[in-house]
Design a protein around this ligand. Structure first.
Ligand code: NAP
Ligand code: ZN
Ligand code: ZN
Length: 346
């Protein structure tokens, strides 16, 4: 099938219009008319090889929302016309301990990333969601609730699940004091989810202009971190902190905010190591953890939760020809709060 989209042909080059082929439907595949596709900071990190070598040509995009246009002969999960979403991975081995245990994002044989990786045949480059059509195995796609607008749903497929999963895993509930570091695409979803789960939510942000928005999203407190000493008075007060910052920072100042036995979860991936002070970890038996997206089943659970609570992303809808500028603005933390490309513009 002929597809139109955007690709980066070589590391650090700009996105440009790109035509390519998608596979014909296999028995368990669905074809998708993409409606909107989100711009995740991970797209930028990988297009610019900030995490190490990438695979080119790269069609980025792993926040894909659209409708089913055709189904393979064995598909029972979806029908033509259904609203459908695809996130950060499109396959896994399905046989390892983690796949069988419902945690296929941590597949021991490596999950198949939606882009910047090879399909499971080992030879076909996986082309991501900056494109007008998509083809995916239906086991790795989710249903989108009818009451949610597709453009504001697209970012849930990565930004949403990446915050929902650790908030659930670390037992977010009424009365817990939860901190969210970085009010970007990921962070703003964390605020909405933590609030819906009953927590008292504090945003740590280096952008003072975001205070009003943070409070409107449901945060109880906004802390501007341009002067890091403001954190001193908050030490040992938090049950859970999630670090959704894309850049390097002094993680010790945030670890010090944790109560005894509490956890700071890293989801941001700056590409350089954090310098963790042993003494800070010891004092209060603190935990430092990481979390990567969420399994397909949890993605569906999150979608249903969003449908019930009316939770979506705050988005700026753009056309494909604005994507390079959107990258620059995302790097400057100048987006409210996720760029989403209208797929009719590819
Ligand atoms: P984003 O929209 O660009 O948000 C990142 C936020 O980090 C910014 O809005 C800003 O928040 C803060 N920030 C940026 N530069 C900073 C600096 N120099 N100093 C302090 N704070 C800074 O990015 P995103 O799409 O949410 O992604 C965030 C990170 O998570 C990226 O590294 C991405 O690759 C990673 N990620 C991880 C997973 C996973 O599975 N773990 C999934 C998706 C993405 P303020 O303006 O509020 O300070
Ligand atoms: Zn992402
Ligand atoms: Zn596996």
């Amino acid at each position: 099938m002929k597809a139109r989209g955007l690709a980066v042909l070589k590391a650090k080059e700009l996105l440009q219009p790109y035509e390519f082929e998608r596979r014909e439907l296999r028995p368990n595949d669905v074809a998708i008319d993409v409606a909107y596709t989100g711009i995740c900071h991970s797209d930028i990190h990988q297009a610019r090889e900030e995490w190490g070598p990438s695979i080119f040509p790269m069609v980025p995009g792993h926040e894909i929302a659209g409708t089913v246009s055709a189904i393979g002969s064995q598909v029972s999960k979806f029908a033509v016309g259904d609203r459908i979403g695809v996130g950060v991975y499109i396959d896994s081995c399905r046989t390892c301990e983690n796949c069988l245990g419902g945690l296929s994002q941590y597949c021991l044989n490596g999950m198949t990333a939606t882009y910047n990786g090879m399909e499971r045949d080992g030879t076909t480059i996986a082309n991501g969601g900056y494109s007008n059509i998509f083809v995916v195995d239906s086991d790795y796609a989710v249903h989108i609730p009818k009451n949610l607008p597709l453009q504001a749903v697209a970012p849930l497929l990565c930004a949403g699940i990446t915050l929902y999963s650790p908030l659930r895993k670390w037992g977010t509930k009424t009365g817990m004091k939860v901190g969210i570091m970085g009010l970007g695409g990921l962070g703003h979803m964390g605020v909405k989810f933590a609030k819906a789960m009953g927590a008292e939510v504090t945003v740590f942000s280096h952008s003072p202009s975001k205070e009003k928005d943070a409070l409107a999203m449901g945060a109880h407190h906004f802390v501007c971190t341009t002067d890091i000493t403001v954190l001193h008075s908050m030490r040992k007060k938090f049950d859970l902190i999630i670090n959704a910052v894309s850049a390097e920072l002094d993680i010790n100042e945030y670890l010090k905010l944790l109560k005894i036995d509490s956890t700071l979860v890293i989801v941001g991936i700056p590409g350089k190591p954090y310098a963790v002070e042993a003494g800070v970890m010891l004092d209060g038996r603190r935990n430092l953890a990481g979390s990567m997206i969420g399994a397909v089943s949890e993605l569906q659970e999150m979608m249903d939760f969003c449908g019930e609570h009316g939770i979506v992303s705050d988005v700026e809808v753009i056309n494909a020809d604005y994507a390079n500028e959107a990258y620059e603005r995302t790097i400057k933390s100048d987006v409210k709060y996720r760029f989403v490309i209208d797929a009719t513009s590819f």
